[in-house]
Design a protein around this ligand. Structure first.
Ligand SMILES: [Zn+2]
Length: 492
């Protein structure tokens, strides 16, 4: 995929075209007036960057301090409404998570961990998800910010809300996973569902957004779309194209499995094609965008080739639809680039151009040797996603979307739905769905193209052999020493 064609380019730069197409006069559906500036709320806790997973652990909350620092030094706070969020309460967190799991997270500390050792396996804590000082406080901070941001959107107090400390998409109801303990995204979406009929979740982290997909696998009120590296082995091991949802949620999970080295043009082309179709079909009333920055080139754990500009174009494209938007962080392990990326994306959300030369700041040494907002990150890996593969992938996703009956006719509810009942229903349905998981294969019969499917499906999406296993507990980080290129990413 060497270049975009003319019409792709035109549509991408003239975003209003697709945005207009997605507009709806449906009651309760909110749209920004054309040309009006978005009101953007920014949720940042001053202390969130001071937590430490461990010296050699790749997850560095300090990246949040760096990001906020650049946002301030560029003066972007003048265009934002800045909030110090409150912490999520246990009650709010157990809207999704199991009580015994949260009780464990609250009580365990590095000092008393021995006493809890028998629970480690059950709750999946250990190397990837270590027990560190203030672990549950950290969770309450990032989850509280996401919940507050969702409520701000519901109240109509902002068009866009940003929480770079959120986006921890791997956490499950009863267990930690992939550096994530509490799934703030699920909590935020549950909050949005109290008011908005349909919520779209979009995930551009390099890892599959498995925790969010699983939570909403059986409902048609949440559509999840995840773009990620997939080979059946790469963490978390899920995200195959044929995970499409089940029961009422059948066809409402969209997975875009990608190979190593995807470049800017390919990614933007596919993202635009898929997301325009998804938004026009599903007609979301709110969107949650997880902006994991481990999909950037040169990420410590990633293997894509994206530039910060391309990553930001995805944000810009979603923004262009003018639908209430909750923007979250996520992965990102070369922290100087995470800070650059999320600062740049903040600027996009407030319609402000930034000088490529970084402003003077006390963390300047992190950004050497170029001291620029847009360092060269591409080209380290060969792009394994050829045009034929991406075109077939796009076609299959569009075929899946044709199975959606338009937007479900959910009435706006004055009374918040019974979230607990909603989740319990979902659990029953998920159990049934697992028994029925093989039935997903019917997607292969879509569109009367069985022969075509047979020709490429096995080769393209089943190249993982039998490695795919939604129950597996993969390891995101194998504790390798950091590479010399990461030498500036030390705990500070
Ligand atoms: Zn990730």
């Amino acid at each position: 995929m060497g270049r975009r064609n003319q019409s792709d380019e035109a549509t991408f730069t003239d975003n209003s075209k697709s945005a207009r197409k997605a507009k709806s006069s449906e009651p309760g559906t909110y749209r920004l007036a054309p040309h009006s500036k978005s009101r953007v709320a920014y949720f940042h806790d001053e202390g969130v960057g001071n937590y430490h997973y461990g010296e050699r652990h790749p997850m560095k909350p300090h990246r949040l301090t760096l990001t906020n620092h650049l946002v301030l030094k560029y003066g972007l706070h003048k265009k934002l409404e800045v909030f110090q969020p409150r912490r999520a309460t246990d009650q709010e967190i157990t809207d999704f998570h199991a009580h015994d799991y949260i009780d464990f997270l609250k009580r365990v500390t590095p000092d008393n961990a021995e006493n809890f050792a028998k629970y480690f396996q059950r709750f999946n804590v250990g190397d990837d998800c270590p027990i560190f000082d203030g672990m549950y406080d950290f969770c309450q901070i990032y989850a509280g910010a996401t919940i507050e941001a969702a409520r701000k959107l519901i109240a109509g107090g902002a068009d866009i809300c940003i929480n770079w400390s959120g986006g921890l998409h791997h956490a499950k109801r009863c267990e930690a996973s992939g550096f994530c303990y509490v799934n703030d995204i699920v909590l935020g979406i549950l909050e949005l569902l109290r008011h908005f009929p349909r919520v779209l979740y979009v995930d551009i982290d390099i890892h599959h957004g498995d925790g969010v997909q699983e939570a909403f696998y059986t409902t048609d009120r949440v559509m999840t779309v995840s773009f990620h590296k997939y080979n059946g082995d790469f963490f978390p091991g899920t995200g195959h194209f044929d995970e499409i949802g089940s029961s009422l949620g059948k066809y409402y999970s969209v997975n875009v499995p990608l190979r190593d080295g995807i470049d800017d043009n390919s990614y933007i082309w596919l993202f635009r094609q898929v997301m325009e179709a998804v938004i026009n079909t599903f007609k979301p009333s709110a969107i949650v965008l997880q902006c994991g920055a481990d999909s950037l080139g040169c990420d410590r754990l990633g293997c894509f080739n994206l530039s910060i500009e391309a990553h930001g174009k995805c944000v810009q494209f979603i923004k262009s639809f003018g639908i209430p938007l909750l923007v979250l962080g996520g992965g990102g392990y070369t922290i100087r680039n995470v800070a650059r990326c999320w600062t740049y994306e903040t600027s996009i959300l407030v319609d402000t151009e930034l000088d490529n030369n970084l402003p003077d700041n006390e963390y300047r040494e992190f950004f050497k040797p170029d001291y620029q907002l847009h360092p060269h990150l591409s080209g380290r890996l060969e792009n394994q996603n050829d045009r034929a593969y991406l075109t077939r992938l796009k076609q299959r996703i569009l075929e899946q979307l044709r199975y959606l009956d338009g937007a479900p006719s959910i009435q706006m509810q004055e009374i918040p739905p019974d979230i607990q009942g909603f989740l319990e229903d979902g659990e029953d349905e998920q159990r049934e769905a697992k028994e029925d998981s093989e039935a997903h294969k019917d997607i292969r019969d879509l569109g009367g193209q069985v022969e075509v499917v047979g020709e490429w499906y096995e080769d393209d999406f089943d190249n993982d052999g039998d490695a795919r296993d939604g129950e597996s507990r993969g390891v995101l980080w194998r504790g390798e020493p950091s590479t010399p290129a990461e030498s500036t990413d030390i705990d500070v």
